[in-house]
Every structure is written in C-alpha cells, then in structure tokens.
Design a protein. Structure first.
Length: 297
C-alpha cells in the first residue's frame, strides 16, 4: 500500500492551490495524489503538470458528491460527469475513481442493487473499457437521506452482500474508517474484517465526538455529522477515537489495497498540521510493524 494525499477534502469550502498541494506532498515525502474533480478550480487543467514538478503523480480521481446518481431524478448528468472522470483518469494514467451514488429512503435492498446497476450501466461499461476501477466509499448520513440506515455503503454486512451481488471486478470499496465511526460502527476490527476482501483503496482521517466544552463553538470548527449518530470533529490520524494502530498493521497484510490517501476535513489553518502529524504517526506505526509496506512514497 502506497500513501497518497487527497487534493481536497473540505467539502468545497476552500481549495489549496496545486502548487501548495505539491509542496505538501514533497514535505511529507508522498508522491501520489487523489485529485478532486473540480474543473472550475484555477489551473485544474494544468494540475498534473504542476504536480509533476514536485515529483507527484495523480493516482485517482474523486468524482465528488455534487451529482449523486441514485438521488437525481435523471441520472444522465451524473453519468456524464462520471464518464468525464473516467476519460480524465485514463488520460492521466490514474487507475481509480471514487464515487458517491447516494440513496433513497424508500428503496429496499433489492431496489438499491437493481437501480444502481441500471443507472450505472454506461459508467460501468466505460470503466471496464478503460481499465478503470470505480470505488464506492462507505459513508454516513450527512444529509438526512437515509433515516432507516438502508444505504448499502453504511452497514458493513449490507455492503459486503451488495458487492457480492454486483460481482463486478471494476467495482471495489474505498474503506474510510472515519466514515465508519461517524456512522456509529466500529471500524476495526469489525467493519474492516467484514469488508477486507472488497477493499482496494482507503481514506485516512481520524475523528472524535464533538463537544463545545472541549472543542469550542460549532462555528469555529469544521465538523461532520450523521443524522442518528451525532456530530464529530475531524482530527489528525492518531489523535482521535479510531484504533489506527491495529487497523494499519492489519491493512499492511492485505495485498489488494493499493493506496491509502490522507484527508483532513478541517479548516485551512489546521490542515497542514493534520497532514504532517497524521503521516508521521502512520509511519511510526509501520516502523514497529513486522510487515513492511511502502509508507514513504
């Protein structure tokens, strides 16, 4: 597993420049980046060339959650954007695209499988033709769309059955331990061990339950919330509630996980410290592990 950094994890609230992203990667000796698909960003079309000057390559495209294919009445805009992401990934030599399909509360499990297959059919075909792997990211209910907790990427057992039913080699899981925790579920060992056979990629962020007495006001923090589990504060990996030491040592045994990408989900003034301390923590864990993996680049 190779370490990567996410180009944008701030829910489109702020964007570092691609030069600053390159500097961040270089400072932390990371040479892989997950590019968020924000074509409206200044210099987006030059991002790859700018990053190359820092020794950084783009290994995945994050399609963002702005157009969620299961939520839209007409899936065509989402289909078009995802195919644009596939074409971009192929052009850049990136292998992965992170996707966020969303859900509808009245869909049962069979509905979710059938509707996802139908709506994603042209996208899956394009991915297969291009040799691109689509990554579903496990998630929580940020927008109140899943009051019955039926989303196939929420509960690990449902997620495992969903991937088995899809039986698609170009559809894998992006395992986000922070999202699992925010959904009110134990990330490791429970969720990881149920899902490990479907994981090709991971997001690294840590979280703690938010408390104004401990963390300051709501307005002074970037927060993530689940409609049933509560409000959480993203922190540097190793500073929160997730047992990353145990998770990382076990992930190192999984040859199918190609990249682990750090994300911050915090304010611009805290982001650099989160990356520096989180990556340093991960490397300290790996140095004490009997299993070696590429934690340098």
């Amino acid at each position: 597993m190779e370490l990567a950094i996410c180009a944008d994890s701030s829910w489109n609230r702020w964007h570092p420049s691609y030069e600053r992203l390159g500097e961040r990667c270089k400072r932390n000796t990371v040479s892989a980046l997950e590019l968020a698909y924000y074509p409206e960003n200044p210099e987006f079309n030059q991002a790859s060339e700018i990053l190359k000057t820092f020794g950084v390559r783009i290994v995945s495209i994050n399609s963002t959650s702005k157009l969620r294919i299961n939520v839209l009445q007409d899936p065509k805009p989402a289909q078009s954007q995802l195919i644009e992401c596939i074409n971009l990934a192929k052009f850049l030599g990136a292998k992965f695209i992170v996707i966020y399909p969303g859900t509808r509360p009245h869909w049962n499990f069979v509905d979710q499988i059938n509707n996802f297959k139908r709506r994603m059919e042209p996208v899956l075909e394009a991915a297969v033709d291009s040799g691109i792997t689509l990554l579903l990211e496990n998630h929580f209910d940020l927008r109140g769309e899943d009051p019955l907790r039926r989303d196939v990427v929420r509960e690990p057992d449902r997620t495992a059955v969903f991937f088995t039913a899809m039986d698609c080699p170009n559809l894998k899981l992006n395992f986000d331990a922070g999202n699992v925790y925010i959904a009110g579920i134990e990330p490791w060992p429970y969720a990881y061990r149920i899902l490990k056979d479907f994981i090709s990629y991971a997001h690294f962020k840590d979280v703690t339950r938010f408390c104004e007495e401990l963390n300051g006001s709501l307005e002074s923090n970037e927060l993530l919330s689940d409609k049933t589990a509560g409000i959480f504060l993203p922190v540097a990996v190793g500073d929160g509630a997730i047992n990353y030491a145990g998770l990382l040592r076990e992930m190192a045994l999984n040859p199918n996980i190609e990249f682990g990408a750090f994300e911050d989900h915090t304010s611009a003034d805290r982001a650099e410290d989160y990356y520096d301390r989180g990556i340093s923590y991960l490397r300290s864990v790996i140095e004490t592990s009997p299993i070696h993996f590429n934690a340098r680049s």
